[in-house]
Design a protein around this ligand. Structure first.
Ligand SMILES: O=c1ccn([C@@H]2O[C@H](COP(=O)(O)OP(=O)(O)O[C@H]3O[C@H](CO)[C@@H](O)[C@H](O)[C@H]3O)[C@@H](O)[C@H]2O)c(=O)[nH]1
Ligand SMILES: [Mn+2]
Length: 747
């Protein structure tokens, strides 16, 4: 490889760095004043002290927690970078390393088979030498339909890949291509051959989709319920290419190998969710193809740009960074994000601030999907050299074939291994294989948290591995985001629980981290892990100052007090940092800023709280881990609501009640407070508290303000609206009542 021309360059954003560090400094100084102000009350003579200690202390503690999370978050802003890659400088195709693609699916009712197959097809169509690409699908549901459909997908892939190559199609996920094909027509638009071919391939795709529907119907008729087999089924592994080879000899293109893996699952054995599935894929693939690199995809994450593999190789093949480089992470982007994105489904902050910032330290967190991992990073090869077989078996399990695959120059026997090999894979995918080994503890993806990606990434960084964030302008992977409140909150609860679980475990980033990585890096991991603790200050700020306001107890400095300015500064400074990042770093609108503020409040008081509780209960053995997969079925009704920026309050009371309760407290205390300020004349002392209530109400109010345009809902909601003060409150209440009483749709 030519050493003279770099495969990639990294650019430190100096202006942003300067702005961020200056802001951190100023904000920190203001925080010191705040702490001084709060602490000085404790030093006052108890006899002259007029303010009760308890609310003061609670608010102080909340401010400290908030500041703690804020300080941790500054590590992301320390050294943000961006990168450019030059894939055209990569070596010839025959010198490129092989890649195994791992796709996980688990529940055919929540993860529609058509979508899963689109992911499979888009991965097979990656712009990479076909003989160096193997696609593995892990089906945790053990569904015979999925296996059957995969064989059909393989047949369709022959046509599809040929079509993509012939016309250099950039969008290689059939669903995306056909849904918006005008955009992807390329320069051959006029050619009649192209039009004809496109029509043909479209028909084949439609036929393929109908085939899936047919199989599903047939299965339903036989009374085959997927849920019955999901948690208890034997292991099924099939190499699809091998089976169909004979009958499809006239194939146009060489196809990547396609492998179906459904690991053995028994109710008596923990299966460790996605991490467990990935570890099985890791082992099974090691005796089939053993590619040095692995691309991991969720079943709804299609490859939107076929060049991602080559882009990732620009880092993995750079001899300067590759020895320590564990993975190249691409951002998660989503196909279904609306303009206002009321639930922050795009995870804006994660991918525009946090990951870019960590990239400037030693690399971003592993994000579960859309990353190219070096196989070696998951299985420490260094111990293979001077350890004897029995010891190795204690770590990696009993399969000698697998242990052989760890040797650097080992060539997997691939398909030629035949029957013997397939037997070995059955062993590797059995539910007892990991018993007594180090899988999930030190080897492979780790099991100690339901956010296996975060924990595994952290663990790799602790071992000295690095990572890289690759963010080309055209999204390379596109997934489907949660677009209703219920799904968002359920997912949020799982994430909070998993993240906080890590914070409570032996892997606590603030203790385990600094001994093994830089302080700044540990701070980033700790910020993610303790982020769910936002629930404490947010619950407190939504209750204590409000109750004190009604009672006339001032908790903040009065307007003429110089410390008043400290609070104003901190409030404005925190909000403007957020606003700056939304407007300038992400190029989004003010609306996005409001949405993010609101969903942050909503999530903090609901899913962060439940997540923390869940983590505690798991810690003390009161609850078992669970992984409720996110619903990926498109619902037109919900899509319409989301696209219009309307909240869909059809969620459980567990989530609704805290929202309703806190909103009512704020509305009533604001009114009570204003009355008090006017009647008793304490406005100077109570100003901040009244402002806080108003702010909370206003930020949440806008959730429903578009509701009044059009729609039948207008009439019913406005009736309640006029009887209440706050529109938002009514929407919540109104919707719930309508939903409960008549079951009508939500508009
Ligand atoms: O027992 C299980 C549970 C899940 N999955 C798969 O894991 C993936 C992610 O699950 P999903 O329901 O989509 O969860 P999300 O919360 O949307 O996923 C995010 O969060 C997960 C950690 O909680 C990460 O693993 C994902 O990569 C990340 O996109 C999907 O492909 C599932 O099929 C399994 O294979 N087995
Ligand atoms: Mn998902």
């Amino acid at each position: 490889m030519e050493d003279s021309l770099p495969l990639h360059v990294c650019h430190v954003n100096m202006l942003l760095l300067f702005i961020n560090r200056t802001h951190t400094l100023l904000h920190s100084i203001a925080l010191c004043f705040l702490i001084y102000y709060r602490a000085s009350l404790f030093l006052q003579d108890p006899k002259t002290r007029t303010i009760p200690l308890l609310p003061w202390f609670t608010v102080f503690a909340s401010e400290l927690i908030l500041s703690f999370i804020w300080i941790l978050g500054q590590a992301y802003r320390w050294r943000p970078v961006s990168r450019i890659v030059f894939p055209e400088r990569l070596p010839e195709d025959d010198k490129l390393p092989a890649i195994d693609v791992f796709i996980c699916t688990t529940d055919p009712t929540k993860e529609p088979t058509v979508e899963v197959m689109n992911t499979v097809l888009s991965a097979m169509a990656l712009d990479y030498p076909a003989e160096k690409l193997q696609v593995y699908l892990s089906d945790d549901g053990g569904s015979p339909i999925t296996l059957h459909v995969m064989k059909e997908a393989w047949r369709f892939a022959k046509w599809w890949l040929h079509f993509c190559k012939k016309y250099s199609i950039e969008t290689r996920c059939p669903k995306v291509y056909f849904s918006d094909s005008e955009k992807f027509a390329g320069d051959v638009v006029g050619s009649s051959e192209f039009i004809e071919d496109k029509q043909k391939i479209k028909e084949k795709y439609e036929y393929f989709k109908e085939g899936i529907m047919r199989v599903k119907e047939e299965r339903k008729l036989i009374g085959d319920a997927p849920s019955l087999t999901a948690s208890d089924h034997p292991c099924v592994i099939e190499l699809i290419q091998e089976n169909i080879k004979e009958e499809e000899k006239e194939g146009h293109v060489h196809l990547p190998l396609l492998v179906y893996v459904s690991r053995e699952k028994r109710a008596s054995h923990p299966h460790n969710f996605k991490a467990g599935a990935l570890n099985v894929l890791h082992r099974v693939s090691s005796v089939i193809s053993n590619s040095p690199y692995i691309l991991v995809l969720d079943c709804d994450m299609v490859c939107n740009d076929p060049t991602s593999a080559r882009q990732a190789m620009c880092f993995h093949l750079d001899s300067k960074i590759s020895p320590s480089l564990a993975f190249v992470q691409f951002p998660q982007k989503f196909q279904n994000i609306s303009k206002s994105d009321i639930y922050d489904s795009q995870l804006r902050s994660l991918f525009t601030v946090q990951w870019r910032g960590m990239d400037g330290l030693k690399g971003p967190v592993l994000s579960g999907t859309g990353f190219y991992m070096k196989r070696e990073a998951l299985c420490d090869r260094s111990i293979v050299k001077d350890t004897d077989l029995p010891e190795l078996q204690k770590v990696f399990g009993s399969s000698n074939e697998f242990i052989k695959s760890l040797h650097p120059n080992h060539k997997a026997k691939l398909v030629t291994g035949g029957h013997e090999l397939l037997k070995e894979t059955q062993l590797l995918a059995s539910c007892t294989y990991e018993t007594g080994t180090k899988w999930g503890q030190e080897v492979g993806f780790l099991y100690d948290s339901v956010v296996e990606d975060f924990l595994t990434g952290f663990f790799l960084h602790c071992k000295g591995w690095t990572s890289v964030f690759c963010e080309p302008p055209r999204p390379h992977f596109l997934g489907s985001a949660t677009i209703n409140l219920n799904d968002s909150l359920i997912q949020g609860t799982r994430w909070s629980s998993g993240l906080f679980e890590v914070g409570l475990s032996k892997f606590c980033p603030l203790i385990y981290g600094p001994l093994r990585m830089s302080l700044l890096q540990s701070m980033c991991f700790a910020q993610l892990s303790y982020y769910p603790l936002y629930c404490l200050p947010l619950w407190c700020f939504a209750i204590i100052p409000q109750l004190c306001l009604v009672d006339g107890i001032p908790l903040y400095p009065k307007v003429s007090d110089p410390f008043f300015l400290v609070f104003v500064f901190l409030f404005v400074s925190a909000l403007s940092q957020h606003l700056y990042e939304v407007l300038f770093l992400a190029g989004k609108s003010l609306q996005t800023w409001i949405s993010e503020q609101r969903i942050w409040m909503i999530k903090s008081i609901t899913c962060h709280l439940y997540g923390c509780l869940d983590a505690f209960m798991k810690k003390f053995g009161i609850r078992e881990s669970s992984f409720l997969p996110t619903n990926k079925v498109e619902d037109d009704d919900q899509t319409v609501l989301y696209q219009m920026g309307k909240f869909d309050f059809r969620t459980s009371n567990m989530f609704l009640l805290p929202m309703l309760a806190l909103l009512s407290i704020n509305i009533s205390s604001f009114l009570g407070g204003v009355y008090r300020m006017v009647a008793v004349g304490e406005w100077e002392e109570l100003f901040i508290q009244a402002f806080l209530s108003a702010y909370i109400v206003i930020m949440n109010y806008s959730a429903g303000d578009k509701e009044r345009q059009g729609q039948d809902f207008t009439i019913s909601s406005s009736i309640i609206w006029y009887t209440c003060i706050n529109h938002q409150f009514c929407i919540l209440l109104g919707n719930k009542i309508m939903y409960k009483s008549s079951g009508v749709t939500f508009l």
